[in-house]
Design a protein around this ligand. Structure first.
Ligand SMILES: [Zn+2]
Length: 105
C-alpha cells in the first residue's frame, strides 16, 4: 500500500460515510468521521513518499499472505533461510572461538 492507494481508499470511505448523512441528529458522528478522513487525506498528500511496507517480507520484500507471517515479518521460505543462516553463523563462530583457544578437535 502506498499513499496514492491509501488516499483512494480513504476517498471511498468518505463517500461511504457521506451516504449515511440524512440531516438528523446522528449526522454529527458521520461528520466527525468525514473530518477525520479529510485530515488523513490531507496529511497523506503532504507526505508523498509514505509507504506501508508492514505486510511485506523483511528479507525479500514479497507481500505476506498470512497473519502468522505478518507478525513474524517473514514469509515461511525466508524464515527457514533466516534460521539456517543463524544456525550456520553460530557454528562458524563456535569453531572460530575453539580455533583461537587451540581446542579444535
Ligand atoms: Zn521473503
Amino acid at each position: 500500500m502506498n499513499n496514492v492507494k491509501a488516499i483512494a481508499q480513504l476517498e471511498d470511505l468518505k463517500r461511504d460515510r457521506l451516504s449515511f448523512i440524512h440531516n438528523d441528529e446522528l449526522d454529527s458522528v458521520f461528520l466527525d468521521d468525514i473530518k477525520a478522513i479529510n485530515l488523513a487525506i490531507n496529511a497523506l498528500k503532504k507526505c508523498p513518499d509514505i509507504r506501508d511496507d508492514s505486510f511485506k517480507c523483511r528479507m525479500c520484500g514479497k507481500e505476506l499472505k498470512t497473519w502468522k507471517s505478518i507478525q513474524k515479518g517473514f514469509g515461511p521460505v525466508c524464515e527457514q533461510k533466516f534460521l539456517n543462516d543463524v544456525y550456520t553463523n553460530q557454528q562458524i563462530s563456535v569453531e572460530a572461538i575453539l580455533q583461537k583457544k587451540g581446542e579444535v578437535i
